[in-house]
Structures are given as C-alpha cells and as structure tokens.
Design a binder for this molecule. Structure first.
Ligand SMILES: Nc1ncnc2c1ncn2[C@@H]1O[C@H](COP(=O)(O)OP(=O)(O)OP(=O)(O)O)[C@@H](O)[C@H]1O
Length: 249
C-alpha cells in the first residue's frame, strides 16, 4: 500500500449550535487503503464523511486530497449513503445511469452498457436491471447503490454503514465484494461502520472517533494492544472478541 495521502483532515471543528461534534480532528487516509471509521453513535462519523465529500462545510479546519493535488485536480469520488438513497421511480439500471447522464455526454447506448457493467461488478445479474428498487431485496439495493457509486470511476469510495440491515452471510458477501472491488480497482475506501466483522475482515486500518477527535488509529491489532476506555470496551467486549476470532485474530 502506498504511503501517499489520499485524504488529509486537519484541525476539523464542527458545531451545530451549542453542540460540538468534532473538536480539532486530524486524520490521514493513505492512498489505496480501506480505512474503517468507528465510534459511538453520534460522534460525527457520517458528518465527517459528508464534509470530506463536500456535502457539508465544517465550522473550522481543512480537508485536502494531497496525492491528487500534485496533478492540480480533485479526485473522483463515489458515495454510498447509509440507506442506499436510490431513486424509487427509476429502475436499477437507470439509477446507475443517472450520474453518467448528469456528468458526462456519452450516448444512451454506452451509458446503459457502462451501468450494466457496474451492476455486474457489484454482483447483480441482468434480471435485476429493469426492476425498481422496491422490487429487489435490501442486499441487492445496497449492491445497486455501490454500482451507482462506481458509475463515474471514482478513486475514492465512501461507504456509510454498508452492511447495516444485512444478515451475517449477506454482510460477509458484501464485505468480500467491497474488498475485491477496492483491491482490483485500486480504490481508497472510507468506510463508516459499526460492524466489527467488517473491520476485522477488510479494513487495513481503523480510526476510532471519540469525543470529537480520532482517539485511536492503526490496525486492529495495534488499536487493541493500546486500548483503554471505550475503545477497549468496543474491541475487547464479547462481540469484539468473537469478530476477532472469526477473522483468525
Ligand atoms: N445538520 C445537522 N444539524 C444539527 N445537528 C446535526 C446535523 N447533522 C448531524 N447532527 C448531529 O451531529 C451528531 C453526529 O451525527 P452523525 O450522524 O455524524 O453521527 P454518527 O457518528 O454517524 O452516528 P451513528 O453511528 O448513530 O450513525 C449527532 O448528534 C447529530 O444529531
């Protein structure tokens, strides 16, 4: 994995009225890594994701993409939101075509070819292409949402709680797909999750958000070795130990 920095967050402060969510948060995500972002509910993981992708503006601080700035450009981003956020009135294929329609001028035929390819990469067969999101399973909707996030060939992929609501086998399959896509396409992945199995199975490093900052950063082994307080409770509690054992840790 590269030591180049794909995402750099410095001195991030986020306030909503009286509430301070981030309080001087620093984080570096390396190019090509799968970074898991965890922390108790309400610590600002999703807000951080939205700020990094530019959908929200932090109160203070800087977010940059150093390894892309050398080429004086912004990286291409793909985002999968927590609920998938598919357009319910469009078919699955049309959902994946939507970003191509908005951001490129390629022909309708090519657009549909590319969308089909992305859906195939995300593990969906042609039988799902012409269905509406409500007509496919939750796991398939998540795959469609990943396909849509891949539509414009992103370099950075953001996933918010991708395995939430999936059964354990569905979640494991989804993790495997994420890892396979990330490694084969050379993606940098910013993955917000509560799923300890995902952290163990596919994340190169984990950032633990706690009280407005990154309280711990490293491989799971490094974090567990050095843990105290919430971090220790999280990774060394019964669920954390079970996930570690399942991953062979
Ligand atoms: N637009 C907003 N206006 C006011 N408060 C907000 C806004 N967006 C988020 N918040 C607050 O910021 C805090 C962090 O929210 P966020 O969704 O990032 O938490 P999270 O760590 O992702 O939580 P979870 O693990 O439960 O998904 C919460 O207290 C939330 O209510």
């Amino acid at each position: 994995m590269s030591e180049e920095i794909a995402i750099r967050v410095r001195g991030l402060v986020t306030r909503f009225g009286e509430q301070t969510v981030h309080n001087g948060l620093d984080l570096d995500v390396r190019r090509g890594e799968i970074m898991g972002v965890v922390g108790p509910s309400g610590t600002g993981k999703s807000v951080l994701l939205r700020e990094v992708v530019g959908l929200e503006t932090p109160t203070e601080g800087e977010i940059s993409f150093p390894c892309f700035e050398e080429d004086e450009r912004k990286p291409r981003l793909g985002v999968m939101f927590q609920d998938g956020a598919l357009f319910s009135n469009l078919t699955v294929l049309e959902n994946v075509e939507a970003p191509l329609r908005e951001h490129t001028r390629i022909s309708a035929h090519l657009r549909s070819e590319i969308a089909g390819l992305k859906l195939t990469m995300a593990g969906l067969g042609p039988d799902a292409f012409y269905k509406k999101p409500a007509q496919i399973s939750g796991g398939m909707r998540k795959r469609a949402a990943v396909a849509r996030a891949l539509a414009l060939d992103p370099e950075l992929l953001f996933l918010d709680e991708p395995t939430a609501g999936l059964d354990p086998i569905g979640a494991e399959n989804f993790d495997r797909m994420t890892e396979e896509l990330a490694r084969s396409l050379g993606l940098t992945v910013f993955l917000v999750t509560h799923d300890l199995d995902t952290l163990h199975a596919i994340c190169d490093r984990v950032a633990v958000l706690y009280e407005g900052k990154v309280a711990a950063l490293g491989t799971i082994e490094e974090i567990v070795a050095d843990a105290d307080g919430w971090v220790k409770e999280y990774f060394s509690g019964p669920r954390g130990r079970a996930a570690g054992r399942a991953a062979g840790g």
